[in-house]
Design a protein around this ligand. Structure first.
Ligand code: SF4
Ligand code: SF4
Length: 231
């Protein structure tokens, strides 16, 4: 999930002041930001009281089911159209994708209410760990499901580096070296360690702009319905 953290209120208020906004509509996200305790109903209520305490009127609020879902967000915004019309601006407590979805859906100025921090795992309630940098050329097949790009502070594909001491990382001294963990897990699984992982193909990280999975999905549906099979 995308891990978000609260944004400095001074910056959000600065955005509103620049615009001369006095009335604000608030939107959160029912998925990642709710799990991260940054953009669920409770956090929207806190945001409401912060804004009201600063003299703003909050015209309404909604926790979108999945803020980054274009269709769902448009629908959600339509249901709250009057409250949005009454507002000068919208503040979205979601990741950057959710903020952009809201900005696409309505004509009012939309401002981020959170910072998008990283793609990570929920370790336990309220505790998150960065796990993937979306490099576009995944090496988890070779590393027993442990990402060295993200979890080794030096981002080394092959290791450990010379600083590893007694199985612990030299940079983040309170945690085990990623490459020691990789070796251990591969051994536990009876797998051979890859001699050397080839340098990454950084062109795989080129920003795709938009990707469609539909052709493959539509072909699968057609095959399942027997279309084109001649029967
Ligand atoms: S290798 Fe790349 S895609 Fe795979 S988990 Fe690590 S950062 Fe993510
Ligand atoms: S000790 Fe291990 S995890 Fe830490 S920087 Fe070196 S190789 Fe990476």
């Amino acid at each position: 999930m995308i891990i978000t953290k609260p944004r400095d209120w001074a910056r959000i208020k600065g955005n509103l002041e620049e615009l001369g906004a006095k009335r604000v509509f608030l939107m959160g996200c029912g998925e990642c930001a709710t799990v991260a305790h940054t953009g669920g109903h409770a956090e929207l209520m806190v945001a409401k009281s912060v804004l009201e305490g600063a003299g703003y009127e909050v015209t309404g609020l909604v926790v979108g089911a999945v803020a980054c879902h274009s269709g769902g967000t448009r629908l959600e915004m339509r249901k709250h159209q009057h409250e949005i019309d009454a507002a000068d601006a919208v503040v979205v407590l979601a990741c950057g994708a959710g903020v952009q979805t809201a900005a696409d859906a309505i004509a009012k100025p939309v401002f981020p209410g959170l910072e998008s921090a990283f793609l990570g795992n929920v370790i336990r309630n309220g505790v998150f760990e960065e796990r993937c940098m979306m490099c576009g050329d995944c090496v988890l097949d070779k590393t027993a499901g442990i990402c060295p790009v993200t979890t080794c502070p030096k981002g080394l594909l092959n290791g450990p580096c010379g600083g590893m001491w007694d199985g612990m990382c030299e940079v983040m001294t309170d945690r085990p070296c990623t490459h020691v963990k990789i070796k251990q897990r591969l051994a536990e699984q009876g797998r051979c360690r890859v001699a050397r992982i080839e340098p990454k193909d950084h062109s795989a990280k080129l920003k795709p702009g938009a990707v469609s999975m539909r052709p493959a999905r539509d072909a699968k549906k057609a095959a399942a319905s027997g279309e084109g099979s001649g029967s």
